[in-house]
Design a protein around this ligand. Structure first.
Ligand code: HOZ
Length: 430
């Protein structure tokens, strides 16, 4: 049996962890079957608890952009760990990572490190509210900005996967301050602004959506948001937890040439360790405690291990931007191959891709927002997911997640992935 050990580990986990996991998507509920338990990973490959090697297209949901256990990251971690793992006091490496990020990302002067993307988005919104003196925020249906209360309103990712995009436990009081617009629909944003003209502190958006599958921003969508924000004294927050340092050194701001007022980052800024951050110009960032009145804090913020790993990874990306070209080429190659196979076998599909973020939606119609994303054929996705897994390909266990490629993938890995897909496509129900 393929998943014997994973299955017994899952049974043990279910006794002591709610649902047997520490983050819902991992439980495989959307696709059924036994969640994979991972033993180790190196480069482009995972080894599961049953000792099977799998080609990884999840890459810890993005940060392993150069592959797992990247040598300079591991070396930096080992060296740092010898010197102690947490002090709750400032260390030099925090400034070094901050200096590097300020060089790589456009339009930011200062950065605050936190422990996750959730914390980063939650804190950025608090700062936007404090800075503007306004309460309401606009988010987009199907976008996911972590699990802080304000964002669990038509949220994507696991919340969407499990049919609870509006989570119980979020109070009416909180929910009323989150206004919902449609992704790629500037008119829906304009209408909300007209209705709440003096009350909106910020618009938060995933510049490339990755939590309802991958969704590409239409031409002028991000530029249009910028214009609306500027005209109405609203701060624009780019949630770059997925796109930051992945699409380009400077993330989506660089790719789409749109300036955000605040940007948020996730685990990639810690080389895959538990780190998040938010950043912006001094004028806004100095509104944070201890300089300003908006409070935000954390003992593990700027943790030396996380900073060491992040510095090693970001430095490699900074010094070798050719990784981005290689990644985009590899992802385009996969895109073309998948497209040919599904077309040849008359399987209705859409493939959305930006750089090294890509996903397959099993629907004949373009997928541009929450409503079109939810029209995908989920039973077909489930069949695809399990077929690929049985063939040794690890994809996200939900149609509502982006795939993330790593530069450790070889063209042989991609060809093998397409071979597995070809076998499967012949059997997939139309
Ligand atoms: N919701 C996360 C991806 N968008 C998955 C987190 C995890 O299970 O690690």
């Amino acid at each position: 049996m393929l998943y014997q050990r994973s299955s017994s580990l899952f049974k043990a986990a279910q006794k002591v962890l709610p649902g047997g996991v520490n983050s819902p998507v991992r439980a495989f509920k959307a696709v059924g079957g036994t969640p994979l338990f991972i033993q180790k990973a190196k480069g482009a490959y995972l080894t599961d608890a049953d000792g099977r090697q799998l080609i990884d297209y999840v890459n810890s949901w993005g940060p392993m952009i150069l592959g797992h256990a990247y040598p300079t990251v591991i070396e930096a971690l080992k060296r740092k760990a010898e010197k102690g793992t947490s002090f709750g006091m400032p260390t030099e490496i925090e400034t070094q990572v901050a200096e590097l990020v300020v060089q790589m990302v456009p339009h930011i002067d200062k950065i605050r490190f936190v422990n996750s993307g959730t914390e980063a988005c939650m804190s950025a919104v608090r700062l936007a509210r404090g800075f503007t003196g306004k309460d309401k925020i606009i988010k987009f249906a199907g976008c996911y900005h972590g699990h802080s209360d304000s964002f669990l309103i038509q949220a994507g990712s696991g919340a969407l996967t499990f049919g609870t995009p509006n989570s119980p436990g979020v109070t009416q009081g909180t929910a009323k301050d989150t206004l919902l617009a449609r992704y790629n629909d500037l008119e829906s944003v304009q209408t909300l602004i007209e209705e709440h003209r003096h009350d909106i502190a910020c618009i938060i958006v995933e510049p490339v959506a990755g939590n309802m599958g991958c969704i590409v921003p239409e031409k002028n969508f991000l530029k249009g948001l910028r214009k609306l924000c500027t005209a109405n004294d609203i701060l624009l927050i780019f949630d770059e937890v997925m796109t930051g340092f992945r699409l380009a050194k400077g993330g989506a701001q660089e790719v789409y040439k749109v300036q955000a007022d605040l940007v948020t980052f996730g685990k990639i800024i810690g080389g895959g360790l538990p780190v998040g951050a938010f950043a912006g110009p001094s004028k806004i960032m100095d509104y944070l405690a201890p300089e300003g009145p908006v409070y935000q804090a954390g003992t593990l913020s700027g943790n030396p291990l996380a900073m060491a790993a992040g510095f090693a990874l970001l430095q490699e990306l900074h010094e070798h931007p050719e990784h981005y070209t290689a990644l985009a080429d590899k992802t385009a190659y996969l895109n073309r191959g998948l497209q040919e196979l599904f077309t040849m076998h008359s399987i209705p599909h859409q493939i959305n891709r930006v750089g090294s973020m890509i996903s397959v939606h099993f629907t004949p119609d373009p997928v541009v927002d929450f409503s079109t994303a939810t029209k995908g054929n989920n039973p077909l996705f489930t069949q695809f997911f399990h077929g690929m897994l049985a063939g040794g390909i690890h994809l996200p266990p939900s149609a509502f997640e982006s795939w993330f490629l790593s530069d450790a993938l070889s063209y042989q890995d991609l060809d093998y992935t397409l071979e597995v897909c070809e076998q499967l496509a012949k059997e997939m129900k139309k």
